[in-house]
Ligand binder design. Structure first.
Ligand SMILES: [Zn+2]
Length: 448
């Protein structure tokens, strides 16, 4: 019998109406469980005037209130360390993780039980298997194995599939490159930014990645994994195929993945989560093809059930027919497009960092970059893109700079964005979520 391209052939190819029915049953179950065990959720449901017995199928989803990060944070603050969110006693927990807290806020504290952790590993198998990774693969993890959940779930997913896991928690970038080479890793898991950093290190060490053992990269942690130019850059430097995945500490660690067909979007693991897309202002759901905020209900977390969690991620959902792989799971066109709160207001113009990245990455002469915002004369916002030139591309740089500035001006109307050269090695590199916006304005978004 030919090997299946699906990890779970039954659910990944379910007819849409059967998938809806399955989601409805699982929704009713998670709502009942949340009501029963978690005072936080019961309070939210009571405030919204909804009882578990009123939730019988997917049509009842919109009766349920949203869960927000703010409310979760508030309950955690009031009764530290976990708030009254947990639906099972603390003794069930086997894992402690926190959100990465990139914006300087207190991180959310998350617990998982044994069953929850199995579920997380299972979800990763959909993604790994779906991208062609099998038991014979040797999978290298370029991440620090700290309290940030990152690739932890992916590690366990690989073990479940029977892959050889190569952890590199405490290693330097140099050490990691050597390990990939020594062990002839076939798959590398990293953030898009760090995949580029590893490639740079390999070049400096004379390690030929393009003709090396790595055939696939699994990207996560930043939206850039779905930006075509960034992906092309990574694929070119590694001589390998790269697939985007995305998750969220609050919900589990993978909710969507790219299949081998790579139709320009990520399949949502719809038998394990419900993903809605809403207008972030009105809270009303939007249709296929319209950009909005993703809202997630996850079925598999026993300790922390989540119902209609507002992620603040921006997405555009498209029907499963966009892809030819045969899965009936819908997709997010271009993966996660950014964050609702990411938008920068500069002299009255909206600037999305992801849009800037998509343009900058079209230019191979740029090694690393940063969007720099300052206040000039105490009132006026100034924006510039600072670029480190890739070694060997110095001669082309003046021309590239000109073209890049023109491309940025064409894409972001009403704002001219100077492109300036930054000294080599002066811009930060990141292992986890890259922060390429340096906002040093006195008042953010003021002064037209
Ligand atoms: Zn597909």
């Amino acid at each position: 019998m030919a090997e299946s391209p699906y990890w779970n052939p039954k659910t990944e190819t379910l007819a849409r109406e059967d998938l809806r029915r399955l989601q409805g049953l699982r929704l009713a179950e998670v709502v009942a469980r949340a009501w029963q065990g978690s005072p936080f959720h019961r309070r939210l449901f009571e405030q919204a005037g909804v009882k578990p017995e009123q939730v019988r199928g997917l049509d009842d989803l919109e009766r349920l209130p949203f869960t927000t990060r703010e409310a979760w944070m508030e309950c955690q603050r009031r009764t530290p360390p976990f708030g009254d969110m947990l639906a099972l006693p603390l003794e069930h927990a086997v894992r402690y993780h926190t959100t990465s807290g990139t914006t300087g806020r207190t991180p959310l504290r998350v617990l998982d039980g044994r069953v929850d952790w199995k579920w997380i590993a299972e979800c990763w198998c959909y993604g790994f298997h779906g991208f062609g990774i099998r038991a014979h693969d040797r999978v290298f993890f370029a991440f620090s194995y700290g309290t940030f959940i990152g690739f932890w779930g992916a590690h366990y997913g690989c073990e479940k599939m029977g892959c050889l896991v190569l952890p590199s928690g405490n290693m330097t970038t140099e050490g990691r490159v050597a390990l990939i080479d020594d062990m002839q890793a076939t798959v590398v898991c990293a953030t898009p930014t760090y995949a580029l950093r590893l490639a740079q290190e390999a070049r400096e060490r004379g390690v030929d990645l393009v003709n090396g053992s790595v055939k696939r990269l699994i990207l996560s942690g930043e939206p850039a994994g779905s930006i075509p130019a960034t992906k092309r850059l990574i694929e070119g430097q590694w001589g390998a195929k790269a697939a985007d995945t995305a998750g969220m500490t609050e919900i589990g660690t993978i909710m969507m993945f790219e299949c081998e067909q790579q139709p320009g979007g990520t399949h949502i693991i719809e038998d394990q989560v419900i993903e809605e897309v809403i207008d972030p202002d009105s809270g009303r759901s939007v249709g296929y093809g319209e950009q909005g905020e993703r809202v997630v209900t996850s079925f598999g977390r026993g300790m922390i059930p989540l119902v209609r969690y507002r992620t603040r991620d921006l997405v555009v959902k498209v029907p499963h027919t966009r892809c030819t792989c045969g899965r009936t799971f819908d997709l997010y066109d271009g993966g996660i497009l950014g964050r609702v709160d990411d938008m920068l207001l500069v002299r009255g113009t909206n600037v999305y960092p992801r849009a800037v990245e998509a343009i900058v990455r079209e230019h191979a002469a740029v090694d690393e970059f940063q969007i720099h915002l300052t206040t000039v004369d105490g009132i006026r916002d100034e924006i510039a893109v600072r670029c480190e030139v890739r070694p060997g591309h110095e001669a082309q740089w003046p021309k590239v700079r000109e073209r890049l500035a023109a491309d940025l001006a064409a894409a972001i109307e009403g704002l001219s964005i100077p492109v300036v050269e930054a000294a080599r090695g002066s811009l930060p590199r990141f292992e986890l979520k890259a922060k390429r916006v340096k906002d040093e304005r006195v008042v953010k978004g003021a002064g037209r």
